[in-house]
Design a protein around this ligand. Structure first.
Ligand code: AQP
Length: 341
């Protein structure tokens, strides 16, 4: 079967980039794949999280999944820390991955910043845990934004090395083609990389100190309108063709966001709005954004009002996830040579 795995960190400030680049795409895959969507709380604590805030943020990401239309009955929605096999396989994969590979990860360099000596060991080892998240289900496809492409390549490298290192042991279990499939990225369409509203060269991010840089999924219509009106732009009107967006990162971003929200391409947007001044285009963008996001926000708020329900969804999802992961990890034990008596 084709099995999808992906996750979002419960680190607060869920934004339009997370929605367009990840969560809404997750929902769109449900007809074609068996989908496993995780709230990756163990990834979140690679940087400090206030415990009570972490709980709230786990429920918030869960609510966003459900509000976006992910069906926890036909598919799986759960939080990572409830399925111990993620951590167990991560340890094995820590021992497969090479320090040299992790040293090349650009996200670690960005997140650790200048004070690298003081970053957590977990932040450094993050990609090995991500590899475990995917491989513990032997998932075949991973929908992620552009920013996660490098980590997914590392997952493939780890899977390849595991398959090779343990080749004999894997064959002895009856697997001819290696134990872990090499997962494929699903990065398609517009808005795979939504940029900051204040700087078209930086990605929209939860950790940006400026709230004006992003549209949060909890923003109401007034906040959305204000942030789009204040979004940075250049003085020229919109071009008529996509190639006119080159070297205009802010314009390219707003057109891309419009396209993703309206369900078309940047070319479609320019066919309609090419030649428009930004003041007018922003007004049109505010309308689409509010129109698309208000129902999601409303449903998230409704769900968040009943944390007991969300926790039951997570518990049910964890049971289903464990039922897939446990037998796979049992085989890993045998492959590696861990005795289980
Ligand atoms: N700006 C973005 N455009 C498109 N997709 C994005 N994603 C994140 N930012 C954008 C996608 O959202 C998913 C979940 O991301 P995550 O929470 O696991 O971690 P992240 O990529 O580190 O997200 P942020 O929002 O940028 O947080 P910080 O500020 O903490 O780094 C992923 O599929 C990601 O591709």
């Amino acid at each position: 079967t084709n099995r999808v795995f992906s996750g979002v960190q419960p680190t607060g400030n869920l934004h339009l980039g997370n929605y367009l680049g990840a969560i809404s795409r997750f929902a769109g895959l449900q007809d074609d794949y068996e989908c496993i969507y995780c709230v990756v709380d163990m990834h979140a604590i690679t940087v400090w999280q206030e415990p009570r805030e972490l709980e709230r943020h786990i429920r918030e990401v869960t609510a966003a999944y459900l509000a976006a239309g992910i069906d926890p009955d036909s598919h799986i929605v759960f939080n990572q820390s409830q399925v111990a096999e993620h951590a167990e396989l991560a340890w094995v994969l820590n021992c497969v991955a090479r320090i040299g590979w992790l040293n090349r990860m650009t996200q670690f360099k960005e997140k650790a910043g200048k004070n690298r000596e003081n970053a957590s060991v977990g932040l450094y080892a993050y990609p090995a845990l991500m590899a475990a998240d995917i491989l513990v289900y032997r998932a075949t496809h991973v929908p992620v934004g552009e920013d996660q492409k490098q980590h997914l390549e590392l997952t493939r490298d780890v899977a390849t090395k595991f398959n090779l290192d343990f080749e004999e042991s894997i064959r002895a279990l009856g697997y001819e083609e290696g134990f872990f499939p090499l997962p494929e990225p699903l990065i398609t369409g517009t808005a795979t990389r939504v940029m900051s509203l204040r700087d078209g060269t930086k990605k929209m991010s939860k950790s940006d100190p400026s709230d004006l840089s992003r549209i949060n999924l909890t923003d109401d219509a007034d906040a959305i309108a204000k942030k789009i009106r204040k979004a940075r732009t250049d003085p020229d009107p919109l071009p008529h063709e996509v190639k006119g967006l080159e070297a205009r990162p802010e314009a390219a971003n707003l057109v891309g966001v419009y396209a993703a929200l309206a369900g078309g391409t940047s070319a479609d947007v320019l066919a309609e709005h090419g030649g428009a001044q930004f003041a007018d285009f922003k007004q049109a963008l505010i309308e689409v954004a509010v129109d698309k996001l208000a129902p999601v926000t409303g449903e998230m708020n409704r769900l968040m009002a009943d944390p007991g329900h969300i926790d039951r969804v997570l518990a049910g999802g964890a049971d289903k996830a464990r039922a897939i992961a446990a037998p796979i990890y049992d085989e890993v034990r045998r492959i590696v040579g861990f005795i289980r008596s």
